[in-house]
Design a protein around this ligand. Structure first.
Ligand SMILES: Cc1cc2nc3c(=O)[nH]c(=O)nc-3n(C[C@H](O)[C@H](O)[C@H](O)COP(=O)(O)OP(=O)(O)OC[C@H]3O[C@@H](n4cnc5c(N)ncnc54)[C@H](O)[C@@H]3O)c2cc1C
Length: 346
């Protein structure tokens, strides 16, 4: 079943009749319905993380029929973050899930629809774009790419074999399974240290393994982590293999400063060593940079006129909720300008 959430009138393009037909409308409460028709919209936002939901808010509020396509759940990576403490407007840390739900409700309030489906391809036509999705094709006059990033693999023996059996890329999802046990976090950026902090509340000990001798993460998080007594640092160290038969039983770790290789007896390995943009579905139409990010200019226009990119998926120097929502707003207004035929100032 494909789920659509929204409050406005649902407009479905019936494949059989080849015309626009009206679906059920419910002005006051979110609706859920089974959906199998071809969709048509003005602005299609692909990805329902903070960038996509903000694009949905701005596009719908500007009067455009707007559809946000999300393959799993609204909020993206933000929804998997236990505490967001640097997003303006909250003096105390706020749960990423709560932020996600609120952003989605806000978009729906302006008439934006959210469809649970995955984009699998895109092609341009005479009047816009057709995006192939797991719920059937969606036609749109403009498209905003907000599909974020996925975790990079560490690439060591045992990682793939034990994925989901002790190897994890999401502490919020899997951390509670390791209550009172020893775990390792691999990485040295903000995500790695944030998640080490989160896990230090659950695990008996967190081993933080980083290949350099200093962290890239912001000093504030580093300081908070230093205050935890159950965190052990393994700097200038790399994981050589993740060991275990049924589940993770330990890591073989090599010290790069000529110290001996050692084994850490941990039950969980949480990996945060970088990200890969989710662009497989659109890379035939828009240009990517050398790292695989969607190339976008200062108005977030991609190399395909009518296609815009926002948030982590694009060539951005900072991947955060605040920058993603800023991007989402700008991309939606650039799409609006494109649709009304205004020449964008460069
Ligand atoms: C562990 C961790 C902790 C973090 N902590 C913080 C923090 O404290 N503060 C902060 O500001 N930032 C934090 N971040 C970063 C922040 O979460 C991201 O920068 C932000 O979520 C990016 O938003 P986005 O909308 O660009 O992408 P995402 O949040 O990644 O959303 C992309 C969405 O697109 C969907 N999608 C992907 N492909 C498709 C497809 N083909 N079809 C349909 N849908 C698709 C995905 O399911 C996802 O929901 C953290 C990130 C991580 C991983």
């Amino acid at each position: 079943m494909v789920v659509v959430r929204g409050t406005g009138t649902l407009v479905a393009h019936s494949r059989a009749r080849g015309s626009l037909g009206r679906g059920s409308a419910c002005p006051s409460a979110p609706f859920l319905l089974e959906y199998s028709a071809v969709k048509q919209t003005e602005i299609l936002v692909v990805g329902g993380g903070p960038a996509g939901l903000t694009a949905g808010i701005y596009a719908a509020r500007s009067g455009h029929r707007t559809l946000v396509l999300e393959k799993s759940f609204a909020g993206g990576q933000m929804a998997l973050t236990s505490e967001v403490e640097n997003y303006p407007g909250f003096s105390e840390p706020v749960s990423g899930m709560l932020l996600a739900q609120t952003m989605e409700q806000q978009a729906i309030r302006f008439g934006c629809e959210v469809l649970n489906a995955e984009a699998t391809g895109i092609k341009s036509g005479p009047t816009g774009f057709e995006v192939a999705t797991t719920a059937g094709p969606v036609a749109a006059a403009a498209v905003i790419v907000c599909t974020g990033v996925k975790p990079k693999l560490l690439g060591v023996p045992g990682e793939k074999e034990l994925s989901g059996r002790g190897v994890s890329y999401c502490a919020v999802c899997d951390g509670p399974l390791f209550k009172g046990r020893e775990v390792a976090v691999i990485g040295g950026g903000d995500s790695a240290l944030d998640e080490a902090l989160y896990l230090s509340n659950i695990a008996s000990r967190v081993h933080l393994i980083h290949r350099r001798d200093e962290f890239r993460a912001c000093p504030f998080v580093q300081q908070r982590l230093r205050e935890r007594e159950n965190v052990t640092y393994h700097l200038s160290c790399v994981v050589e293999s993740i060991n275990g038969t049924e589940r993770v039983e330990g890591l073989t770790v090599k010290n790069l400063k000529d110290a001996p290789t050692f084994v850490l007896p941990v039950g969980g390995a949480f990996i945060y060593v970088g990200w890969l943009p989710n662009t497989g579905w659109c890379s035939s139409l828009v240009a990517l940079d050398d790292s695989g990010n969607v190339k976008a200019d200062d108005r977030l226009r991609t190399t395909a006129p009518g296609v815009f990119a926002a948030g982590d998926v694009r060539n951005t120097p900072l991947r955060q909720v605040a920058t993603a929502v800023g991007d989402g707003a700008l991309a939606a207004m650039s799409a609006h300008d494109f649709l009304i035929g205004e020449t964008l100032a460069t």
